[in-house]
Design a protein around this ligand. Sequence first.
Ligand code: BG6
Length: 520
Amino acid sequence: MQTHDQELDELMICRLDSGRKTVDPCTVVIFGASGDLTARKLIPALYHLYEEGALPQPFKVIGFARREKTDEDWREELLQGFRKFSRSKEKDPLKWKEFSLNLHYCQASFDDLDGYQKLKQMLESFGDERLRHNLLFYLATSPTQFAQVTENLHKTELLLKEDSTGYSQRLVVEKPFGTDLKSAKELNHALTRFAHERQIFRIDHYLGKETVQNILVFRFSNYLIEQNWNREAIDHIQITVSEDMGVGGRGGYYEDAGALRDMVQNHLLQILALTAMEPPAMLEPEAIRDEKVKVLRSIRPMTPEQVGRMVVRGQYSGGEVHGRSQPAYRSEDRVDPASNVETFVAIKLWIDNWRWSGVPFYLRTGKNMPYKASEVRIQFKRPPQVLFAAQCGILLDANSLTLRLQPEEGITLHINGKIPGASMQLRPVRMRFSYDSEFGAYTPEAYERLLLEAMAGDPTLFIRRDELEVAWAFVDSIRDGWGPRPMSEDEFYPAGTWGPAPADGLLQRTNRSWRNPSPK
Ligand code: BG6
């Protein structure tokens, strides 16, 4: 029997779409199908969508890659990957079998036009116009190959820019999308020669996370929250994305990226945009993306001298994380022993608009920190110095609201309360909403949502060209500020700590401090 609360919850569910997105039958073509991403993320995500009945019928997946293998070899390889990496390791063997019959392999190299002809024949052999012409090209390749693949798809008429047939071809592009503003613009230019902007879906997997999507719902569906989401009530905002691992086997990639390009340019600025944007005029993709771009454009530019004061970088030295010893970044595989690449960044920035004038935002991210977590912490102002505040002074905590994006997803409000008893004693108490206890353990992978949205042609959760370019301009200004200066002693932090000491200084100068995420 249902409880009163359960009945009420059901009555109150507001469904904005009629359940699922409509996705027309289509073929997903994965370029770079032998790579890690395909086995770890893409195929498990597609399988879960299939299992839930969210994929269209019919659908096909073609892996396009250079290595010689048959459909059977590829399916077997993907099954092994699925067993190792997927969120539901216990698969239903019959379901997998059914699903895997839709997986095909096209052996070819990206620069060989004959390979694309072979792909075309394969698509035709499916004997269904929709599978032939509704195409989602997933570019899981090195960015240096994006332009070539797109051009060859155009030359072989697999990708049509002007679409008058009622079918759609779309490109999904993985990060890194450029290494600076100039290269991002060149890449944009190369892709838009053969595809409209509306056909390009630039991935930032953080936007596929439930909790990140919930930022907008939380802000714009709650009067209480949005009324206080501004400089009148808020002292400052902290965004932390910490990781408890080093670069592992990705030293080669990381040497060209560093934390600023790997994390800040995309994930942290996206979280910032959703946290700080104005309400969109309507719940439409372009209206939402317009507001994100607007707020990113309002970030106050920094001169190189200001970068010196407002941005701290760091690199991990040897240390211990969760009791296990970790090598220094400079001793990692495929890393220059004298590398100056940052594995940690902390930034103080200002958003020059009406809502946020005078409210500092602090962003930080780093590898090999004590704990992996992503959080947005809204730190409210102190109460006026009367009554309890007058008596308690700094012992009376200011209120804060923490959006825990991962793990142990939830939202916690810190308020002050009276400790029960005859004497008057106050201390902070917590009000916590936890996703798990409210909705049960529901953990779809970000890629499931993103693939489905791309198949349905909804660009809300993808990065638009102008958004990308503003983010790169900001990141470039920081890199210019750093210049070629080598890492100094105080920029190193032992693995297993919350970053170099100057990162604390960034807040301490104004009597603030970082709140480090901890297990809930
Ligand atoms: C990726 C970065 O985009 O995000 C990685 O390239 C990082 O360096 C990863 O580890 C973090 O993602 P998540 O989902 O584990 O927080």
